[in-house]
Design a protein around this ligand. Structure first.
Ligand code: BGC
Length: 661
């Protein structure tokens, strides 16, 4: 498998490379930064599913203290990639085993010194990460290494820690702190393979003399522990062995070979790598930006259920189950949210932090006025509940896991359908139920009526939920009765009646389905025209005053995404007509968009369009692409949904076509 490499040091690429060279183990994520870097260079050790909020700011996942801070000097000359004495510099990521490596050579008063540091986040132990530094020179040298657990960390909405303390015990440096809001006590410690001296301010010094062409090796074995957690590894070599073995297992479950196309092969390998490093190690889920940092508050969106879950279903079903359990476990919060808005059923969090909706009422800040903009993602993106139900049904189709259905699965599906039923309005003139005032996947058009994606997704949630309920009523009457007991009275009858009259938008004479009521009446301009109207490059395109709002330009696949989830709902001709119609209006302002078009392109015979969109999805983090700003909000990081989309395109798109021929 190809190793990702980048030669030469370019300060402008520090943030991008932090994402691109990320290593993680589904629980801890360490950005692809250098040992001598600090918060200025966005060093981040991010923890999945552990949130903290500081008064007046957004709650987000925590970044914890950095155990791998190291600044080396040879004969008192600093060895840093930014220095003027650098002869060569390269970073690499071996995706076959999740190993990051940096190698820099320096001119130290005429001699050549090489600093190499390898690092991995242990795939076999969720709390462990290790690094090995190797320093050599072509003449005798005195080395001085400043090492420590850096507590001055990069945070978007911090500071998240109070009572921060560092101490030294033997060759171990320990940093502890308590999160401000929820009082999690976090301990990060690092064991060094050489004696640490002169401890002050959280940092220690390691000294060594090296002889010409000899190597000095410093192993660092670190742990991130919450509360009373413990960790078993204390040696680099044994940790590395376990880590590599686990990677072998992961790849043997997930590798896909592509013949005669090295570019596509690497892009797909790299996408799969980004999914494997997020495989959850318990009943928690995956954030929209994975473990690359605190962007998007470390929250879980529909990205996981719709774009990532299929990969885990196909490769690591236990992880898929964890993802499903996360939603089932957070059903109480979804019920609560529905009640708060005055509805029945379950309204899932648009930006879920363990079930709580982290999405703010003002999720964008205007670049001109610097004022918060009222956005309605949390209130109106109701399709999230249909997406959750779809995922559970998808899981069930793959596994036939009746146990899971009886331990919350069926209840969740029916509650999601019930939510839409109570959300809908009965239109007495047209004699039908309608879903009014919603936001579909295309977020540039807020508060629209009868969004095609939303209406169909809820229709199918209710239909499939009722069918399953009827199946269980016959096959397991007692167990089914117990589930029914937890649901509103007459739920099945009510859903059946509702299904008779829920409005489902139909294709027009050209086969095109209107994305929402009135969409066709919007200004008929393309993406480039709308882009040319931007006054500021980071301007938000949607909301009440965005450049796209009054036009047909959409942020991402919307109607098209429905076809991917239910490929038999409409004929291939209809799907193609919609693909041809919507593609020129699609900005792909969301990384979720390309793969949606790629999948439909595969089904409807646009081979070159499919290939291009596949690469756009699979290479997004390799190219450093994707929007970095929404108004004044930083939204950079990795894009695991696009990685999942690339996998789906390979398997359900190109793979399916291959089977056909
Ligand atoms: C997209 C959403 C997506 C979120 C997180 C937004 O830009 O419009 O569909 O869930 O990003 O990836």
């Amino acid at each position: 498998m190809k190793v990702l490499k980048e030669s030469g040091f370019n300060a402008e690429k520090i943030v991008e490379n932090g994402n691109k060279f990320l290593t993680a183990n589904g629980y801890l994520g360490y950005r692809g930064t250098l040992d001598e870097f600090t918060k200025e260079e966005c060093v981040g050790l991010n923890v999945a599913g552990v949130y903290d909020g500081v008064k007046g700011k957004w709650r987000e996942t925590i970044n914890v203290f950095n155990p791998f801070y190291l600044v080396a000097q040879a004969d008192n000359i600093p060895l840093a990639a930014r220095g003027e004495n650098v002869l060569s510099h390269e970073i690499s990521l071996d995706i076959s085993k999740g190993l990051f490596d940096r190698k820099t050579t320096f001119n130290v008063n005429g001699a050549t010194v090489t600093l190499e540091c390898q690092r991995f986040v242990n795939a076999a132990e969720k709390t462990n990460l290790c690094s090995r530094a190797i320093i050599s020179a072509d003449r005798d040298m005195i080395l001085t290494l400043k090492v420590g657990v850096d507590t001055d960390i990069w945070e978007l909405n911090g500071p998240h820690f109070k009572d921060v303390k560092t101490e030294i015990g033997g060759n171990r440096i320990i940093a502890c702190g308590v999160t401000q809001e929820l009082g999690y006590s976090v301990k990060v410690y690092c064991d060094y393979s050489s004696p640490v001296e002169e401890f002050s301010g959280g940092f220690g010094i390691i000294k060594a003399d090296i002889k010409k062409d000899e190597k000095f090796v410093l192993d660092r074995v670190a742990h991130v522990l919450l509360g009373k957690e413990e960790s078993k590894f204390d040696k680099y070599d044994s940790a590395y062995k376990a880590h590599v073995n686990e990677w072998k297992r992961l790849w043997s479950a997930a590798r896909i070979e592509i013949k005669d196309d090295d570019r596509a092969q690497f892009a797909l390998d790299y996408s799969i790598y980004h999914l494997l490093i997020l495989a959850p190690k318990g009943e928690y889920s995956i954030a929209a930006r994975g473990l690359s940092g605190q962007t998007y508050k470390g929250a879980v969106f529909w990205d996981t259920e719709i774009f990532m879950l299929p990969f885990f279903l196909g490769t690591l079903p236990d992880c898929a189950k964890n993802l499903i359990k996360y939603r089932i476990n957070t059903l109480p919060q979804a019920r609560k949210k529905a009640r708060e808005y005055g509805y029945g059923g379950a309204f899932y969090a648009w930006e879920s932090q363990n079930g709580y909706d982290a999405c703010s009422d003002f999720n964008v800040t205007d670049v001109f006025t610097h004022r918060p903009v009222r956005t309605y993602f949390k209130d109106k993106q109701i399709h999230i509940s249909a997406d959750v139900a779809y995922a559970i049904l998808n899981y069930y189709n793959h596994t036939g896991d009746d146990e899971l259905m009886f331990s919350g699965g069926l209840e969740t599906i029916l509650e999601c359908a019930e939510f839409a039923r109570t959300y809908s309005y009965y239109n007495h003139i047209k004699n039908r139920y309608e879903l009014l005032d919603v936001i579909g996947p295309d977020e540039y058009h807020e508060r629209v009526n009868n969004n095609t994606y939303t209406n169909y997704m809820f229709y199918l949630t209710a239909k499939r939920g009722v069918e399953l309920a009827e199946k269980y009523a016959c096959a397991y009457p007692e167990r089914f009765k117990a589930v029914l007991g937890k649901l509103p009275e007459n739920i099945i009858e009510n859903l059946k009646n509702w299904l008779q009259k829920l409005y489902l938008p139909q294709p027009d004479a050209n086969g095109v389905i209107e994305q929402f009521d009135g969409y066709f009446k919007l200004e008929d301009v393309g993406v480039e025209e709308v882009r040319s109207r931007l006054v500021h490059p980071n301007e938000y395109w949607g909301g009440s005053g965005g450049v796209a709002t009054a036009t047909r330009v959409i942020k991402q696949a919307d109607v098209i995404m429905l076809f991917n989830l239910y490929p038999d709902l409409f004929s291939k001709e209809i799907q193609r007509a919609n693909y041809d119609f919507y593609l020129p209006y699609t900005e792909h302002g969301s990384s979720l968009s390309h793969c949606a078009y790629a999948l439909t392109a595969c089904r409807t015979g646009d081979k070159s369009g499919a290939y291009k969109a596949f690469l756009d999805s699979a290479e997004i983090d390799l190219r450093g692409g994707g929007k970095q700003w929404a108004g004044e909000i930083y939204i950079g990081g990795t894009h695991p949904a696009a990685s999942g989309g690339a996998w789906m395109t390979a398997v359900f798109g190109f793979g399916y076509r291959h089977k056909e021929t």
